[in-house]
Design a protein around this ligand. Sequence first.
Ligand code: 13P
Ligand code: SF4
Length: 349
Amino acid sequence: LMSKEELEARVIEIKEKFGRRLFIPGHHYQKDEVIQFADATGDSLKLAQLSAENTEAEFIVFCGVHFMAETADILTNVNQKVFLPDMRAGCSMADMADIRQTERAWEKLQTTFADTILPLTYVNSTAAIKAFVGSKGGATVTSSNAETMVKWAFEQKERILFLPDQHLGRNTAADLGVGLDEMAVWNPIDEKLEYEGDFAKIKVILWKGHCSVHENFTVQNIIEIRNNYPSMKIIVHPECRREVVELADEAGSTSYIIKAIENAKPGSEWAIGTEMNLVNRLIKNHPEKHIISLNPHMCPCLTMNRIDLPHLVWSLDALEDNNGHNLIKVDETIARNAKLALERMLENL
Ligand code: 13P
Ligand code: SF4
């Protein structure tokens, strides 16, 4: 068993040896022990852009979750190999929409709404779902550009099917003026629309999925902050429920939250509703500001946390034999269609 110091020394050694042949992107929710070695950090949009731009790295060891590594594979060229240090680093939200369910939902929705729907999928989804959306003329979105992409979709069709995060979909559409009574929820288990009223009124169909981390921030948490710290600002991620986003002072993607805290005045007070590793890092990096988690129990993303220093070293060690561990290789046909969906987003930035 190697000590922490030995593991860190090994990462440094391999990074020096491979130089620019190796690229390590790290999502903001990754542990500090991993993020310290990232060549670039970002939210999911930035990491997708970086993958599309990086044409020189032969090996990309992705410190994030499975769908992000798939996206990196889709956006890089055939000579670049993407590895995920631990295959258990999935995403419970992405798992809430499977391709078979999506195809069946689409068929049923076509019967009701004919050709009036454009599908959009949050990048937090499998490559197969992105491919499905791409093949129907739709696009991916991230929490940084959801508004732009929902507007883009409404320029083409009367209705949107938004996968797989009902909260990001609802928050984005509501901010653009779509009424909550114009949004229905597609229940993939019952294969039914949850909606009372005339279906003709429906503009947005939200897939019934959510992030198990961000659903832990509640209205009760907000009430407690307002009572205990009346001058504290509350900032949350749009994966939180609508009621929470409405009561918060600000809502935005991971990079939006980071910028807001960086630009905040010394002495200002903040309660943040997002993943624990990021909140702890903001607390550490901004000692001159009073920052706490909106939920006092903190909210870790268990799958993001699968990537730790020992797994990173295990993954890097394996590059020397050139085959690596946990190669992420998306099927060619799926990759081609998924790329259409990703490119429609990247062109709209
Ligand atoms: P962003 O990186 O777009 O803020 O998304 C947050 C998230 O949950 C990633 O898994
Ligand atoms: Fe998935 Fe939520 Fe974890 Fe992001 S934070 S990887 S959406 S479970």
